[in-house]
Write a protein that binds this ligand. Structure first.
Ligand SMILES: Nc1ncnc2c1ncn2[C@@H]1O[C@H](COP(=O)(O)OP(=O)(O)OP(=O)(O)O)[C@@H](O)[C@H]1O
Ligand SMILES: [Mg+2]
Length: 320
């Protein structure tokens, strides 16, 4: 465990971008035409940035490491990420552009995303300053959106973090290449350097090539020796240890206003409590409450304080 001023800190490395969220778009207008939409909101996004912002909302001293262009988008991100407790270390890539995601949403439709990787396309572990490694936890988030960071580079990053005394966590997100056998081998090998793996249910099933979440998470945990905390949407989360124990943490029932970033908020709540020394099951219980708190707030008002986190419910944990 690291000692000194950063012993309680969490470092999040990964995808930072600008989100442009367009409301009221089920499909694009025909070429050559224009349509007025109810609103277009611009805000920081990317799973690493979302997690870091939620950690800062929870009062955690947090470092966010990403790579951006030398453009107005990066300056806007600097401003938006200037939050108490959050140190954003965004490496500037001269001549490159900052990653932007456009999300089109409409009632009754799944969101459609268009993303340009920009400066993320060349982000490797050299973006991570050595003094950012000595934290309680180092989370790598958005792995598949960082093509140069994959494989050996990510293993080196986790190994350096472990040498600096940090515990390691990984959220890959969905593989845009749909989980080939080579990719599955790559991720399983990377998990040897990871203490806590944070997939969602689809991701862990794809990784294990098994349609049942419980058995997929058990297989991954047993073969890698890594604890798997699988996020299962409205079912909550499953904590699966390498010895095969499975604990289910149901989520509080909430009226979902905007489910974007649910997984990132969960990761923040879980790591925040793990960094305080809580057990995995306690920490996952907090993770589901933080996720439920965030997704039940409107998209334009996601700032919250620890006092806003939904209270614990009785009988919420089931072990088997
Ligand atoms: N409909 C819901 N009701 C209550 N809680 C939810 C709901 N959807 C998600 N959550 C909470 O958020 C957590 C993460 O959501 P999910 O399983 O969808 O992860 P994800 O797919 O990684 O999310 P994201 O869409 O952010 O990538 C869940 O484990 C659960 O605690
Ligand atoms: Mg996710």
């Amino acid at each position: 465990m690291p000692e000194g001023p950063h012993a309680e800190r969490i470092t999040v490395v990964g995808n930072v971008n600008l989100d442009v969220v367009v409301a009221g778009v089920a499909e694009l207008p025909p070429p050559g035409t224009e349509r007025i939409v109810p609103s277009i909101a611009v805000r920081p996004g990317g799973s690493a940035a979302n997690t870091a912002v939620t950690l800062a909302n929870l009062g955690r001293n947090t470092v966010l490491v990403g790579r951006v262009g030398d453009d107005g988008t990066a300056r806007l991100l600097d401003e938006e990420l200037n939050l108490p407790g959050l140190h954003a270390h965004l490496v500037r890539a001269p001549g490159e552009s900052t990653s932007v995601t456009v999300a089109a949403e409409a009632p009754g439709h799944d969101r459609a995303f268009l993303s340009a990787l920009g400066a993320l396309a060349d982000m490797d572990s050299s973006a991570v300053p050595s003094d950012a490694l000595a934290s309680r936890y180092l989370l790598l988030s958005g792995y598949f959106l960082l093509p140069v960071m994959r494989g050996e580079r990510a293993r080196e990053l986790f190994s350096s973090a472990r040498r600096a005394g940090a515990r390691t966590a990984l959220d890959t997100g969905w593989d845009p290449g749909d989980w080939s056998a080579d990719t599955r081998t790559e991720v399983l090998r990377l998990l040897e350097c990871v203490d806590v793996f944070l997939p969602n249910s689809d991701e862990v099933c794809a990784l294990a090539d098994d349609s049942d979440v419980d058995s997929a998470a058990r297989t991954v945990a047993a073969s890698s020796g890594t604890t798997v905390v699988a996020k299962c949407g409205s079912r909550g989360a499953l904590v699966v240890t390498p010895d095969g124990s499975v604990t289910e943490c149901p989520t509080p029932r909430v009226r979902v206003q905007d489910s974007t970033g649910a997984g990132d908020a969960f990761n923040a709540g879980l790591l925040h409590r793990l960094a305080d020394g809580a057990s995995l099951v306690e920490a996952a219980g907090y993770g589901v409450r933080v996720a439920a708190t965030v997704i039940s707030r409107p998209s334009h008002d996601r700032r919250f304080s620890p006092a806003d986190v939904l209270p614990e419910q009785r009988d919420e944990v089931v072990s088997r």
